[in-house]
Write a protein that binds this ligand. Structure first.
Ligand code: FES
Length: 188
């Protein structure tokens, strides 16, 4: 059926002939088919617009990632001198921003590790216990391995984000943050 045919466009939604329709419908005829009608051109245009909007969204995301790759490298922060911390010693600092509390610990073998201090359960600050080889969270009795940041006991299920470290001219330098852990910085 051609909906633009003048003989067929004026049909009430219930399909009954005009004589059978109530008075109000005769006064205000409802053109059912025309009301539902979308031309092929309109539909193609709508499809094209939707596709363009989707493509533009994807390009925006790709562009943002490329921009971040070029300009979003991790900051480098001088945290402490190698000789500043004896084995078992620690120092709190903020990295990568002033709102991110971290802690640097020197292990018994002389290497260094650093972690984001926010417990991966509900973000209470963890406390390093070098003698026990753990970081403890007092809020719900959570425990993390000091050497790896892996959860050992309690509610936390994810490891502590680890600050990647390098030793440059006798200084411990933070170079990035890894949620999967990283290598220790070995002091030579
Ligand atoms: S916040 Fe650390 S165990 Fe709950």
């Amino acid at each position: 059926m051609r909906v633009d045919d003048p003989e067929t466009v004026s049909a009430a939604p219930d399909g009954r002939p005009a004589e059978a329709q109530p008075r109000w419908r005769r006064d205000f005829p409802v053109d059912g088919p025309a009301d539902e009608f979308r031309s092929r051109r309109e539909f193609t245009g709508l499809l094209l617009l939707t596709s363009l909007a989707f493509a533009a969204g994807q390009l925006w995301i790709v562009g943002l990632r490329a921009f971040k790759g070029a300009h979003g490298s991790s900051p480098v922060l001088d945290v402490a001198g190698v000789d500043e911390l004896p084995p078992g010693g620690m120092k709190v600092f903020e990295y990568p921003t002033k709102a991110d509390p971290c802690v640097l610990v020197r292990l018994a073998d002389g290497s260094f590790v650093a972690y984001d201090r926010r417990c991966t359960h509900l973000s209470c600050p963890v406390i390093p216990r070098p003698a026990a080889g753990r970081l403890d969270c007092p809020c719900h009795n959570g425990h993390f391995d000091l050497a790896t940041g892996a959860p050992l006991a309690g509610p936390p299920r994810r490891p502590l984000p680890r600050v990647t470290l390098e030793i440059r001219r006798g200084r411990i330098v933070a170079t990035g943050l890894s949620v999967e852990g990283g290598r220790r910085a070995e002091a030579s």
